[in-house]
Write a protein that binds this ligand. Structure first.
Ligand code: GLA
Length: 390
């Protein structure tokens, strides 16, 4: 991390913990995503191998596993569901993989008490070469509304020569005109500074290129996403990409750190694993209610680094609606170590109570600071509340 970034973060933390939060632009006013969207997306685990059967079984598993009750709502089919346009220009789903089309599938997902999402691309073709939305914005928005779509992710492949803010605004307006409440997910990988125009255009915007299921990839999304913390708030969220938890490339400590960081950054929580066959350990990470509550806190503030206790060690803090702070002690090194957070870096004084949100245990009351042993490539996540009278 550069000295410049460290300084920026320190200044930023003074801003968020000090209570003054500039919001650069009025947010998109579609009334949706007042907290970061939660759900599941097919891409990270299944790539192009999507089908109606997969989506139905996934909706079943989200319900049966407790994920729905933990807050996961949107079941999103990513790329490769579409194959062509018909003579009237209407988008056509792959009839082998989606017999009966998309509407009955959306109905099924709704019958499970979930919401349904779909993917397109602002350019001429999607990243996998399927028909894009360029030139068909109103027709596609109308079609999705008729099918009962609640969430659209719009990608940015094959968009050479197009202007990102203008194209995404066009689809935002088409979605509004469709008359259906549809969350709009902008996916142009942070390549056109979406933190500047995203808040007035979409409900979430990717700040990074695609995540991979490795510690290095996950951490590098965090370093990018952290830079734009002041852009987000209720209704519009920085998106460091979907979760890799349960896909097998990281250890359990690493996946817990991944989830802790997405929660402290108030990032969208879109699971990207095979929820039909996930282990109990994966389910327990994805459904940890106290960690999710940090992500979903109504203030909608993206936490920031407030302390750099040593090389590869970071303390993150996020102010919460009840005046407590969610704090992540992050160990990016390959050795277990002790990390300390002093109260001054959290703008707290006197005695404060500490609760471990992963284990749901009250750790105790502390004066001036709190220390914990943090595993290699791991995180300890706590909630720190000032004791009344201090
Ligand atoms: C891009 C996006 C991914 C995924 C793929 C699908 O790479 O960033 O999230 O949607 O396209 O082709």
């Amino acid at each position: 991390m550069s000295v410049r970034h460290a300084l920026l973060w320190c200044i930023g933390s003074a801003v968020i913990l000090g209570g003054a939060r500039p919001r650069p632009r009025p947010p998109l006013d579609n009334g949706l995503a007042r907290t970061p969207p939660m759900g599941w997306n097919s891409w990270n685990h299944f790539g192009c191998d999507v089908s109606a059967q997969l989506i139905r079984e996934t909706a079943d598993a989200i319900t049966a596993s407790g994920m729905r009750d933990a807050g996961y709502q949107y079941v999103v089919i990513d790329d490769c569901w579409q194959v062509a346009r018909d003579r009237s220009g209407r988008i056509v789903a792959d009839s082998t993989r989606f017999p009966g089309g998309i509407k009955p599938l959306a109905d099924y997902v709704h019958s499970k008490g979930l919401k349904f999402g779909i993917y397109t691309d602002a350019g001429r073709r999607t990243c996998q070469g399927r028909p894009g939305t360029y030139g068909s914005e109103e027709l596609d928005a109308r079609t999705y509304a008729e099918w009962g779509v609640d969430y659209v992710k719009e990608d940015w492949c094959n968009a050479q020569g197009l202007d990102a803010p203008a194209q995404y605004a066009k689809f935002r307006d088409a979605l509004a005109k469709s008359g259906r409440a549809i969350v709009f997910s902008i996916c142009e990988w942070g390549s056109n500074q979406p933190w500047k125009w995203g808040p007035r255009t979409g409900n979430l915007w990717r700040t990074t290129g695609d995540i991979e299921d490795s510690w290095a990839s996950m951490i590098s999304r965090v370093d990018l996403n952290a830079q734009y913390a002041l852009a987000e708030g209720p209704g519009g969220w920085n998106d460091p990409d979907m979760l890799e938890i349960g896909n097998g490339g990281m250890t359990e400590d690493e996946y817990r750190a991944h989830f802790s960081l997405w929660a402290v950054m108030a990032a969208p929580l879109l699971a990207g694993n095979d929820v039909r066959t996930m282990s109990a350990a994966t389910r327990d990470i994805l459904t940890n209610k106290e960690v999710i509550a940090v992500d979903q806190d109504s203030l909608g503030i993206q936490g920031m680094i407030v302390e750099l206790p040593g090389p590869d060690l970071q303390v993150w803090a996020k102010p919460l609606a009840d005046s407590s702070r969610a704090v992540v002690l992050l160990n990016r090194s390959a050795l277990q170590t002790v990390i300390t957070v002093p109260w001054w870096s959290l703008r707290l004084k006197g005695t404060a109570k500490v609760r471990n949100v992963w284990t749901h245990t009250d750790v105790g009351s502390f004066d001036r600071q709190f220390s914990a042993t943090v595993p290699a490539h791991g995180a300890v996540m706590v909630r720190i509340t000032s004791v009344a009278g201090n």
